[in-house]
Design a protein around this ligand. Sequence first.
Ligand code: NAD
Length: 358
Amino acid sequence: MHRILLLPGDGIGPEVTAEARRVLEAAADAAGIGLEFETELIGGASIDAKGTPLTDEALERARGCRALLLGAVGGPKWDDMPVNTRPERGLLRIRKELDLFANLRPAAVFPALVDASTLRREVVEGIDLLVVRELTGGIYFGEPRGQAWVNGRREARNTMVYDECEIARIARVSFESARRRRKLVTHVHKANVLEVSQLWMTVVEEVAKDFSDVRLEHQLVDSMAMLLLKEPSRYDVIVTGNLFGDILSDEAAMITGSLGMLPSASLGEAGIGLYEPVHGSAPDIAGQDAANPLAAILSAAMLLEHSLDAPDAANAVRDAVADALASGARTGDLVAPDQPSIGCRAMADLVLSKLGSR
Ligand code: NAD
């Protein structure tokens, strides 16, 4: 029996997590894998009920689980709170405490959705890339940080810092991923101005020596931002630090069409994985059964693959999603406003029926 912790969070988080759980349970059941679900609060929901975006008890419970399935956190209700007590802090804390250093964000285009992208069909066709972002280091966590008065002026600083072990372990994840894919790693950096990037270059090259079957190339982050729009299907695995990865993974997300389609996994050395859709809590459509549950369902597929070692069950879920889309069903985010669409629950029902009929 594997323990799975559900962290539904805020906005559409509870809606999409509930649907992802149904699909996860069905796929695991079909594969003979037993799951036991628990639920904890995170984000704004936890602030309202417990006064903090993540309680110590929730964190302890997470430590005892095989994997965590999260919805989304945040919303206008908590927007005016100080940065270090906001809903996002719950997410940052759980990533840091569980040392979830590797964020994997696949961006692939389902054939049925090629025309959902703002880019031309011929540019989008065949996109199948994986952004591997370092998640627990770099400028988002480096010290010193903060604001101060210096010589009568307001000044603010953040620090970008990485040591060689942090770089080597994320590089390793990217090469191992590439080995199971098209065997190309593109390391994204800003080594022409940043010493931190120069160390990344050196360490990534060193790790590459253990993966002679994988090709390594380096790309400046500013060029990469352009190349992702020009020829996205050329890339396989993109590995980079926290800041560049944050930006590039959202760019990669948008070129595939809807945010409602994109899953992610955050993995660490303790063996616990956190799975969540890339999108936020979408307060504008929360509580209306209008959310696209597919990003959460595809996150559950990543959970099957990475935490439960069930790649066949994961692929069955992905195929069921592709079948549901191929049948023409669309949630509101995937169609023009005047086009027919179905709700969150109905889309999950359809995926479940496709899963059952495979
Ligand atoms: P968002 O991703 O919540 O929404 C952006 C747009 O995409 C909205 O129009 C929304 O309706 C739509 N959308 C997003 N997911 C969808 C889905 N599954 N189905 C259909 N439509 C979908 O981003 P935002 O509006 O910038 O942020 C809203 C809140 O979410 C903020 O409080 C933000 O801080 C938070 N947020 C949380 C996370 C997270 O939990 N990981 C990530 C990003 C934003």
